[in-house]
Design a protein around this ligand. Structure first.
Ligand code: ADP
Ligand code: MG
Length: 605
């Protein structure tokens, strides 16, 4: 017998909605702060304990809720913000009328409020049951207090992160929200250990609109980054994009410093972040993410914000035009600041006959993608590379040619990458191998070797550390500093010795030995970003690999420095000994070969 069809109780419906809208404490904070902003508050105070699990309290000095409407405010689909005659013109942050009902269904909620000319009243909700309102002492404005979030849904409770991780998410959320409300004072306080710690405090910003915005963005990004940002302001056909974008050198290893708002609403929209990425395409290597605070303002009718329960995604009527506006205005702003993207990408590499004789295109030789080299493994040489930037004091290497006569020697047997002849354009190594000519991208190859070295050492016996002569103090932004403590154990497995230093800095005592010559600050920031980008949930080994890959470039030979023959030779031999070194960390080939037989064909021999 099938079960009979029954209507769900309101409590159950609310719990289901809570699953969509309130994912974690930070989502409750977001809804509550948005309500305070909608109520026209100029001051919002947020108090948290145990990462929001035991307490979230948001107090504001907004318009308040009349006593008779208090029970409605915590009921589902009850809102003061939606004009049902025109449900697509949305001017408030909230409008679904389900946040308070959802939160109330899975927690112990108290809503206290007082409007002008009235006394204070409060209503309590316990696991969805609304208690009758009663008078209470309260200043003008509203306080929503949420205790024991998710106590009514233990399954959800289990999926929450550590208190610290949840606190971090709350802190990110508050910063994000505070960016679009510079005229509102916002503060966040943690009460976990009994005493009060202020985690974020943004006073009411002063000056004209631009000054206010600038001051608030500076508070979130940090002054140093703000100084390397350029202002953006462009409009086209009813759409306007404004904000601040970072010069390429401020780019980060993850997108944590990207804040995008549509009509004052914080969104995490793939299409918009894709446009941002596209705008920086030729300016940043892959894996680097620009810093950006972007405000996109369009007619309310031109955007649908109701495609996602937490309203994080949006849909534009003219998506292509919005993308165009974003990309064009970012490029213009960067170009005006002197950072022009190259006019066009170089053509795909090809070797072809020189000279004016017009040759049919079919004769043009396309370098084949190289396969892995399988030569004998010279023991110890790969390691040598990781001792410093490049190794080998004193080991004589026969050059590939006689410096007196210029005669090129026969290539060595058993060394597929051959004998180095020259370092071309300070970037490519030209080598003569048995099979033909080989070109090696020295930087890409070395980066890969450093990465493989870090990985191999970590698997065997841990990565060797190099103590710094003078420990280095690295200033972090607040959000990154908050994540430091969690990052210390994984980073130590890669050879970092780091400790917190004051509220917003780290003290680096040691770095991976292979990267001892790289700037400690850049190493640490990239390592933290890479850990972050993987998310705490990811498998630790994968996260460590990602960090190794990210920081490997700091130890690598930069193109632009001429390499000595010995250095080139060491690089080639290490490549032969290292599986995977035929690709750089980003998947591009590290070497190209032009086979002897192909040369002969090209010259018609
Ligand atoms: P929504 O924000 O989508 O309308 P909520 O469940 O978040 O739904 O809130 C329900 C209603 O309660 C709001 O429409 C508003 O009238 C009232 N309300 C909630 N929080 C506040 C606040 N801090 N100040 C004034 N009114 C509030
Ligand atoms: Mg709301």
């Amino acid at each position: 017998m099938p079960n009979p069809i029954r209507r769900l109780s309101d409590t159950t419906i609310n719990k289901i909605a809570a699953g969509e809208v309130i994912e974690r404490p930070a989502s409750a904070v977001k809804e509550m702060v948005e309500n305070a902003l909608d109520a026209g508050a100029t001051e919002i105070r947020i108090d948290i304990a145990q990462g929001g699990k035991s307490l979230i309290r948001v107090h504001d000095n907004g318009v308040g809720i009349p006593a008779d409407e208090l029970p409605l405010a915590v009921e589902r689909h009850a809102t003061s913000k939606l004009d049902e005659a025109d449900i697509f013109a949305i001017a408030h942050l909230g409008f679904r009328g389900e946040a308070l009902a959802s939160i109330g269904s899975v927690s112990r909620l108290k809503l206290s409020s007082r409007t002008k000319g009235q006394e204070g009243w409060m209503v309590a909700v316990e696991g969805g049951a609304i208690q009758p309102p009663r008078p209470t002492a309260h200043p003008y404005g509203t306080t929503v207090e949420v205790r024991d979030l998710f106590y009514a849904t233990p399954a959800r409770l289990k999926f929450l992160g550590s208190d610290r991780a949840e606190m971090q998410a709350i802190s990110d959320t508050v910063r994000r929200l505070s960016l679009c409300a510079p005229e509102v004072a916002i503060s966040l306080h943690d009460h976990t250990d009994g005493d009060t710690r202020t985690l974020y405090q943004a006073p009411l910003e002063t000056g004209d609109l631009l000054d206010k915005g600038h001051a608030r963005v500076g508070r979130v990004l940090g002054r140093a980054v703000m100084e390397r940002c350029v202002r953006l302001d462009a409009s086209r056909e009813g759409a306007r994009v404004s904000g601040w974008i970072g010069l390429p050198d401020t780019a980060r290893g993850s997108s944590t410093a990207q804040f995008i708002f549509v009509n004052g609403r914080s969104v995490r929209d793939k299409a918009l972040s894709g446009a941002l990425k596209g705008a920086y395409q030729d300016l940043l290597p892959s894996g680097r993410h620009p810093v950006a605070v972007l405000f996109l303002d369009v007619e309310p009718e031109a955007v649908d914000v109701n495609v996602h329960p937490t309203k994080a995604e949006v849909r534009f009527r003219a998506a292509g035009e919005i993308r165009g506006l974003l990309v064009a205005s970012i490029r213009t702003a960067l170009a005006e600041s002197g950072h022009r993207a190259p006019a066009g990408a170089l053509p795909a590499p090809s070797f072809g006959p020189l000279g004016p004789a017009a040759t049919p295109a079919s004769h043009t030789y396309q370098a084949p993608a190289p396969r892995g080299w399988s030569g004998p493994v010279p023991a110890g040489q790969a390691e040598a590379l990781f001792d410093g930037v490049l190794p080998l004091a004193g080991r004589p290497v026969a050059p590939g040619f006689d410096p007196e006569t210029g005669e090129v020697f026969a290539p060595p047997v058993g060394q597929p990458l051959g004998r180095p002849i020259a370092h071309l354009y300070d970037t490519y190594i030209l080598a003569q191998a048995e099979a033909g000519l080989v070109l090696i991208d020295a930087h890409a190859a070395h980066e890969r070797l450093v990465y493989e070295g870090l990985k191999a050492h970590r698997a065997q016996h841990g990565v060797a550390s190099q103590m710094l002569l003078l420990p280095e103090v690295v200033d972090l932004d607040r959000a990154t500093a908050g994540r430091l403590e969690e990052a210390i154990p994984p980073l130590s497995r890669l050879g970092f010795v780091v400790e917190p230093f004051g509220g917003e800095a780290a003290l680096v005592r040691a770095v991976p030995a292979a990267l001892a010559n790289a700037p400690a600050k850049a190493l640490l920031i990239d390592a933290l970003d890479a850990l972050d980008a993987q998310g705490a949930g990811a498998d630790l080994e994968r996260r460590l690999d990602a960090v190794a890959s990210r920081i490997a470039c700091h130890g690598s030979v930069r193109s632009g420095r001429p390499l000595r023959l010995e250095e080139m030779d060491a690089l080639l031999r290490a490549m032969e000994a290292t599986p995977g070194s035929d690709r750089c960390n980003h998947g591009r080939p590290t070497s190209l070969a032009l086979k002897r037989g192909d040369l002969d064909t090209l010259f018609g021999r």
